[in-house]
Write a protein that binds this ligand. Structure first.
Ligand code: ZN
Ligand code: ZN
Length: 396
């Protein structure tokens, strides 16, 4: 291993590529482990949930190495790793999971009980998620490697599709989980709030699950134009303040079978100001009686930058009575990536899911990560994929 460099959070609005320590076979608390591998990072993506931290909307500490969307090559393995070999190309689920606790055994790897002393659920490079070092770096350590990692069956084939496969670490399974929980099936009408990468991944997921119509709402003209080019119905929320009427123009009724919130707690209302409950309330308005709402968008328990004191602690002004009256089903929480990544990998490898094109992947070198963060924050219609070793070259 040569020297390690990574993307470090320095405070609101500021990230920098710095020299960081080489990864060790160690837990965040410093206990040594033999169930981990060290990866040479092949790709690592910038995520909307990283943006929440970088905007200063979380309690992330300065010095945090960012990055939870990681694809890599195994270059070292601990003595207890049995199923992986040096040279394997693997997708890392962003959930750190032990595979042995009650929730992992139930398949809920997004809320593993043992990898984060503070609460259920661990992740790499993320505030309050257990202190696992992030992978927007040249090298990273992955614990419980046999359980966590998805090995791509063929190295050359994987590298040829790496711009698609890199989306398996988070946004594709996240969007898919939203669509599954919104009970999207053959012939469904679907509305997705948010035309960023997770919204587009949810749209791609709804399509592959058989939806009849997939609508995506946003205020961002570039993102809507891209969604429309990808064959989805773009709903310009800036043009109208009655979402139901906009939906009616497309499907003939002001309601959908399934709704997906791919926005989360930094939601904005029609007036332009932040309204953290606005998307959830819209979802209840436009979802039909007995319909389902998937909520992959991130909500937090602490938001120092919130608009009011209730929202600072994650309390939102929900019109819950409306959802109750319509017998809605809601599903929250992080996706358990492992539940979906293998099937989605197959869909990609067999040309059923052109996710890189749908989310408009843009490959950048590690040193351009800070400008990637800036561009993504300005609302460009791209998903930024960092290529820390130049393995993808100028394929973008
Ligand atoms: Zn992510
Ligand atoms: Zn566990």
């Amino acid at each position: 291993m040569s020297e390690n460099y990574g993307v470090v959070y320095l405070g609101a609005g500021k990230v920098e590529v710095q020299k960081i320590a080489d990864p060790k076979f160690q837990t965040p608390a410093g206990a040594s482990i033999e169930h981990g591998v060290i990866l040479r990072v092949v790709t690592t993506n910038i995520c909307g949930s990283d943006q929440h931290m970088v905007r200063g909307r979380t309690t992330a500490p300065a010095g945090l190495v960012l990055g939870h969307e990681i694809t890599g090559e195994v270059i070292e393995k601990g003595k207890d790793v049995e199923l992986l070999e040096i040279g394997d190309i693997v997708s890392v689920p962003f959930n750190v999971a032990c595979g042995r606790c009650r929730t992992c055994k139930e398949g809920h790897t997004g809320v593993c009980l043992t990898v984060n002393p503070a609460r259920a659920g661990g992740a790499y490079g993320y505030v309050d998620m257990g202190g696992w070092i992030g992978g927007q770096a040249r090298y990273v350590m992955i614990p419980y490697a046999d359980f966590n990692l998805l090995k791509f069956p063929d190295r050359d084939r994987a590298l040829a599709k790496i711009r698609d496969l890199t989306m398996l670490s988070d946004i594709l399974p996240t969007g898919f989980h939203g669509a599954v929980n919104a009970k999207v099936g053959v012939g469904s009408t679907v509305y997705i709030a948010g035309a960023g990468p997770v919204g587009l991944a949810a749209a791609a997921s709804a399509r592959i699950l058989g939806a009849a119509v997939v609508m995506i709402g946003d205020f961002n003209a570039d993102r809507l134009a891209h969604a429309s080019r990808m064959g989805f119905e773009a709903v310009d929320l800036g043009k109208h303040d009655r979402l139901g009427e906009q939906i009616e123009q497309i499907v003939g009724v002001p309601e959908v079978d399934s709704a997906i919130d791919a926005v989360g707690f930094e939601a904005r209302g029609h007036a332009g100001g932040e309204e953290p409950a606005v998307v959830l309330n819209q979802m209840m308005e436009i979802t039909r009686a007995a319909g389902s709402i998937g909520i992959p968008g991130l909500y937090v328990t602490e938001d120092p930058g919130a608009v009011d004191s209730a929202a600072k602690h994650g309390s939102l002004g929900l019109r819950f009575g409306l959802g109750w009256a319509k017998a809605h089903s809601f599903h929250t929480g992080q996706t358990p990536v492992i539940r979906y990544n293998r099937m989605l990998m197959q869909a990609i490898l067999y040309d059923r899911l052109n996710i890189a094109e749908i989310v408009n992947a843009k490959v950048i070198p590690l040193e351009d990560a800070p400008s990637g963060y800036q561009a993504f924050d300005s609302g460009v219609a791209n998903k930024f994929v960092i290529d820390p070793h130049g393995m993808l070259g100028k394929a973008a």
